[in-house]
Write a protein that binds this ligand. Structure first.
Ligand SMILES: Cc1cc2nc3c(=O)[nH]c(=O)nc-3n(C[C@H](O)[C@H](O)[C@H](O)COP(=O)(O)OP(=O)(O)OC[C@H]3O[C@@H](n4cnc5c(N)ncnc54)[C@H](O)[C@@H]3O)c2cc1C
Length: 290
């Protein structure tokens, strides 16, 4: 397995990266941590003549606290996100994903941008980000736009990004009072195994403990991360008792569009979605506390 001859262009700014994408499209890919794109090139999943390396764009790195929430630069590595002191309190649910994906070596190189915009169906960050109502900041030499994270990915390795656009950052809004979130995943091993199914839940409660908002998102069980809209309608205004959890789990199972592969059958994945939804609901609810 050799990587074919490729020209690598080092971009120093977002504008430069965008211009290079526009110039070489469609014969081009972005190179962030390289943990997916280099494997794909080696295994000839696709071939391109050009890579635009993002490593020199300082503006894309790091986690910062803004007035309305957390800004996670696209080049922030999974390890940096996992260890950020800003990922605390209600934001700490992000660690359910960052602490469990891949291996420490991979997490040191893999970036948030690659995990989200790479649009691989089993990627672990998208469900918890969608549940937490995150948005994606897309940037090009023509300007910026924001899309809800659930609208970014439309199929396997396919996003709404235009030819000259890249993901600059993910913004996670400041969680409201009485908020809890959790991500539950199942892999065939404890470490270094991609998710067979994953479910993220974010809940906010009213003073009387009824549900004020609820968001459930799935991964690895559909061509793209799946936001289970119907679960929001089902849960809002109710107390999160066993019946409500069972009904939400049933809705998530219905929303899943799993395939059968070497990691599990479609039926098995659908069952997992039910179990993981109940687990994530319980964990998110418990994190809200009294
Ligand atoms: C051994 C191994 C185990 C793994 N296990 C897991 C796992 O358990 N869970 C999991 O979720 N992932 C896993 N992965 C996949 C991978 O590590 C992650 O998806 C990673 O976060 C991708 O980020 P990257 O920076 O390496 O992306 P790259 O490989 O550099 O890029 C991946 C894709 O994203 C695009 N891209 C990158 N940055 C941007 C941007 N800013 N804007 C637009 N497009 C962009 C690239 O063009 C490319 O198409 C594993 C990988 C390996 C090799």
């Amino acid at each position: 397995m050799h990587i074919p001859s490729i020209e690598v262009h080092k971009a120093a700014t977002l504008q430069e990266a965008s211009a290079l994408l526009g110039r070489f499209s469609p014969d081009v890919r972005l190179l962030a941590g390289g943990t997916d794109v280099l494997v794909d090139l080696k295994t000839a999943r696709f071939s391109v003549g050009h890579l635009v390396a993002l490593g020199g764009i300082k503006k894309l790195r790091g986690v910062t606290e803004e007035r309305d929430g957390l800004r996670i630069g696209a080049l922030t590595t999974i390890t940096e996100l996992d260890r950020s002191p800003l990922v605390a309190g209600a934001y700490a649910a992000l660690r359910d994903a960052t602490s469990r994906m891949a291996t420490p070596q991979v997490r040191n190189a893999a970036t948030v941008g690659g995990n989200v915009a790479g649009a691989v169906p089993c990627a672990d960050l998208p469900p918890i980000l969608i549940a937490m109502n995150a948005t994606a900041l897309l940037s090009s030499d023509k300007g910026e736009r924001t899309v809800a994270l659930e609208d970014l990915v439309v199929g396997p390795r396919t996003t709404v990004l235009r030819d000259n656009e890249l993901l600059a950052a993910v913004n996670v809004p400041r969680p409201p009072e009485r908020f809890g979130a959790a991500y539950a995943r199942f892999g065939l091993r404890e470490a270094n195994a991609i998710a067979v199914a994953g479910v993220a839940v974010a809940l906010a409660l009213n003073d009387d403990r009824t549900v004020r908002s609820a968001r459930i998102a799935l991964c690895a069980v559909a061509p793209a991360p799946k936001f289970v809209k119907e679960a929001t309608r089902l849960l809002v205004g109710r107390v999160l008792d066993e019946r409500a959890c069972a009904q939400a789990a049933a809705l998530a199972m219905e929303a899943a569009e799993p395939i059968s592969d070497l990691r599990g059958s479609a039926e098995y994945r659908r069952e997992l979605v039910g179990t993981l939804t109940r687990r994530a609901l319980a964990a998110a609810h418990q994190r809200i506390g009294r």
